[in-house]
Design a protein around this ligand. Structure first.
Ligand code: GLU
Length: 298
């Protein structure tokens, strides 16, 4: 195996227990990293106040229980807010970020460019004068969010499963109005600080990759290679969720979870080292895995 100085990672948000789909994504992230000689890191993304410490602890324990190994103690985003705030302040100072007073409703109602997807920021607050900003601040009754003053409308990333992928870059949020660092900023800074150069995660996050890679390039951080893997869905085709039945490790147990994950990937081995021996990125299923908990014993 070629040794490599980079790292891969898994970065769950502790808002709910990991379900079998999340576990499968973690296994894939681990397989991609280990098969390329990378270090593997675990990062608990607990900046949002909808996250719970005990859920984070259970996520770490569940990942260990299925055999995922990591090379450094798990990191918790909430433990180093200064990392995010320092960069936001620097971007503001350099006029590469600006205050935004818009509510979500206003953003959705504003006219947008023909190619911009719903929810892309239409630029309402980008060029406010100092007086206009002061007026909006007085009228809005809450602190502003901070947005990136983007110089691009599109950016291209390389994805091991999706090829060259181009997606929208808008003036995305760096710090929310409640002071919480935004997901896109935190991911980029943490991956950069940890030497992560391979990002494997669910393909629901593929549209975020161009924004993140653009921000990484602005901050002179290396741009990782991506692999956005198909999500796991319930029998109804929707994202797997609690309503689908027993889906967490606590409910289904380690042997069944590993057998299901291995089966879904076409492996005969049901240990992580065994799966590593069989791992071939070119043969990964490209379709969502439909998981039917009802077929499980018990
Ligand atoms: N914390 C994010 C999530 O659980 C994933 C972040 C990432 O992998 O970039 O959806």
């Amino acid at each position: 195996m070629t040794r490599c100085t980079g790292a891969g990672r898994f970065a769950p948000s502790p808002s709910a227990d990991l379900h079998i789909g999340n576990l499968r994504t973690a296994v894939l992230a681990w397989l991609f990293a280990r098969s390329t000689g990378r270090r593997f890191l675990l990062r608990v993304e607990d900046l949002d106040d909808r996250t719970l410490p005990e859920v984070g602890e259970r996520q770490v324990a569940d990942l260990a229980a299925i055999g995922i190994t990591w090379d450094e103690p798990p990191q918790y985003q909430s433990s180093h807010p200064e990392r995010y705030n320092t960069v936001v302040e620097q971007l503001l100072e350099a006029d590469m970020a600006y205050e935004c007073f818009c509510s979500r409703k206003e953003i959705l109602a504003a006219p947008r460019a023909p190619h911009a997807p719903e929810g892309a920021y239409p630029g309402t607050c980008r060029d406010l004068t100092a007086t206009e900003r002061a007026d909006r601040r007085a009228a809005s009754g809450r602190p502003p969010a901070l947005r990136l003053r983007s110089q691009r409308t599109e950016f291209t990333v390389t994805d091991l499963l999706h090829g060259e992928y181009s997606g929208v870059v808008d003036d995305f949020v760096l710090r929310r109005f409640d002071g919480v660092p935004a997901y896109n900023l935190a991911v980029v800074l943490d991956d950069g600080a940890s030497g992560v150069d391979q990002v494997v995660r669910g393909d629901d996050l593929l549209p975020s990759a161009p924004r993140q890679a653009y921000l990484a390039s602005l901050l002179d951080l290396p741009r990782p290679v991506y692999a956005h893997v198909p999500l796991v869905r319930g029998a109804d085709g929707k994202r797997l969720a609690k309503r689908d039945g027993p889906v967490s490790l606590g409910q289904i147990g380690v042997p069944v979870a590993l057998a299901e994950i291995a089966g879904s990937l076409g492996y005969t081995a049901v240990t992580l080292d065994g799966m590593l021996a069989e791992f071939d990125p070119a043969r990964l299923p490209r379709q969502p895995w439909i998981y039917r908990p009802a077929t499980l014993p018990g």
